[in-house]
Ligand binder design. Structure first.
Ligand code: PLP
Length: 380
C-alpha cells in the first residue's frame, strides 16, 4: 500500500467476502466453524479453508492482526487478549527457559511484573538497566542473551528511546529487539521500519482509543509472528471476536485522534510549564514531525495539596489507564508503579507529586483551564 497513513488507517479492512457485501466487517461471534464433510475438514489442514476453531483463528482477530501489521508496515501481526499477553507471546517467540533478556528499567509496571514474576518462573532470566546508557546495555549482555526489550516512549517520564541506536547495538551482538509502541502509536513512530524485530501494543490504549476494550497486538517478521501465534493458541490468550471487532472499529480514527490529542497535549504542556503550581513538566521535545504524543507528566509544586488536586478536577476523571478520547489523570505511585519497591520508585523519580495526564480530544483551552483551576483550588 502506498497511500498515506491517514488514508490507510481508514481502509484497513480484510477482504472478507460476505454473502451480503456488508460495508462493515460482521462480528463472527462463534466458537467454531462447521464442515460439510471430511474432505472439507481436511481442507482446513491443507490451508484451503481458513477457519476451524476461534481459539486458533477467527476472521475478526485476523483482521485486527493484519490491520496492525499494515499500520506498522510490518510483515504480519497477531491479536491477543491484552497488551500483556501480546508482549508475552512476543517475548516467548524469541526466548525460552535458560535464555536471558535485557530490558529497560523504566518499562510499564505490568510488563515489569510479567518479566520479573511470571516469565522468570518459566526460567527466562532478565537484567533491567537504563537504556539511556548504551554501556549499561552492553555490560548486561550475557552469552545466553536473546533479546533487548524497551518502549518507544517510556512511562511516566516519556523518555524517547533511541531506536536506531538500539537496533545497531543489537545487531552487533546478534540479538533480537522488541519495542512496546503503545504511547507513540504507528501514527508517530514505526519501530519495525527502523529495524526492530517485534513491535507490541496495548491496543487497550490508542489503537482501540475509546476505553471500552482490553486487547493487544504484536507485529513483526512473519516467522516470529507465526511463533507468537502458536504461543497465543497454546496458552489460550486469544482475543475474543467482539473485542477484536471493537478494537478494529476504534482504530479507524487513530490518525485523527492522535493528531488532535498530540496538538492538545503540546498546548497543555506549554500552559502548565508557566504555572507556579507545577514544579516540572515532562513532555518530549521531539517524537515525530506529526507531534510529540498525548501524554504529559507533571510534578506538582510542594504548595499544592495533591489529595485535594484529585478532588478539584471537575470533568477530568482519575483513571488508571490512558489514551481514551476523554482527558484523564493517573497516579503512577498508587497504580502503574505501585508494585515497585519505594527504592525503585525513588530511582525512577516517581513521588507523591507525580501525576500523569492523558490528554483527550476536547478543546485544548478547556483542558488547560480545568487543570489550572484544579491547581489553584488546591494551593495549601
Ligand atoms: C497498558 C499498557 C500495557 C499493558 O496492556 P494491557 O492491555 O493492560 O494488558 C503495556 N504497555 C504499556 C506501555 C501500557 O500502557
Amino acid at each position: 500500500m502506498t497511500n498515506q497513513f491517514s488514508t490507510r488507517v481508514v481502509h484497513n479492512k480484510l477482504n472478507q467476502t460476505t454473502a451480503l457485501n456488508s460495508k462493515a466487517t460482521p462480528i463472527y461471534q462463534t466458537s467454531a466453524f462447521t464442515f460439510s464433510d471430511l474432505d472439507h475438514l481436511e481442507s482446513y489442514y491443507s490451508g484451503e479453508t481458513p477457519y476451524l476453531y476461534t481459539r486458533e483463528n477467527n476472521p475478526n482477530t485476523d483482521e485486527l492482526g493484519q490491520a496492525a501489521a499494515n499500520l506498522e508496515e510490518a510483515e504480519d501481526g497477531a491479536a491477543a487478549s491484552s497488551g500483556i499477553s501480546a508482549i508475552m507471546a512476543g517475548i516467548l517467540s524469541i526466548a525460552q527457559a535458560g535464555d536471558h533478556i535485557v530490558t529497560a528499567e523504566d518499562i510499564y509496571g505490568g510488563t515489569h511484573q510479567l518479566i520479573t514474576k511470571q516469565l522468570s518462573s518459566f526460567g527466562i532470566e532478565y537484567t533491567m538497566v537504563s537504556f539511556a546508557d548504551p554501556d549499561a546495555i552492553r555490560s548486561a549482555i550475557k552469552p545466553n542473551t536473546k533479546l533487548l526489550y524497551t518502549e518507544s516512549i517510556t512511562n511516566p517520564f516519556l523518555r524517547v528511546e533511541d531506536i536506531q541506536g538500539l537496533v545497531t547495538l543489537a545487531k552487533e551482538y546478534d540479538l533480537k529487539t522488541m519495542v512496546d509502541n503503545t504511547f507513540a502509536t504507528p501514527y508517530l513512530l514505526q519501530p519495525y521500519k527502523q529495524g526492530v524485530d517485534l513491535v507490541a501494543h496495548s491496543a487497550t490504549k490508542y489503537i482501540g482509543g475509546h476505553s471500552d476494550v482490553t486487547s493487544g497486538i504484536v507485529t513483526g517478521h512473519k516467522d516470529l509472528i507465526a511463533k507468537a501465534k502458536q504461543k497465543i493458541i497454546g496458552l489460550g490468550t486469544n482475543l475474543s471476536p467482539f473485542e477484536a471487532w471493537l478494537t478494529q472499529r476504534g482504530s479507524k480514527t487513530l490518525a485523527l485522534r492522535m493528531k488532535q490529542q498530540s496538538a492538545n497535549a503540546q498546548h497543555v504542556a506549554s500552559v502548565l510549564k508557566k504555572d507556579d503550581g507545577v514544579e516540572k513538566v515532562y513532555y518530549p521535545e521531539f517524537v515525530s514531525d506529526r507531534g510529540n504524543g498525548a501524554i504529559v507528566t507533571i510534578e506538582l509544586a510542594q504548595q499544592v495539596d495533591f489529595e485535594s488536586f484529585f478532588k478539584s478536577l471537575g470533568w477530568i476523571k482519575l483513571a488508571p489507564t490512558l489514551a481514551g478520547v476523554e482527558t484523564t489523570v493517573s497516579y503512577p505511585i498508587r497504580t502503574s508503579h505501585r508494585a515497585l519497591s519505594p527504592e525503585e520508585q525513588e530511582n525512577l523519580g516517581i513521588t507523591d507529586y507525580t501525576i500523569r495526564l492523558s490528554i483527550g480530544i476536547e478543546e485544548a483551552e478547556d483542558i488547560a483551564a480545568q487543570f489550572q483551576q484544579a491547581i489553584r483550588d488546591s494551593i495549601k
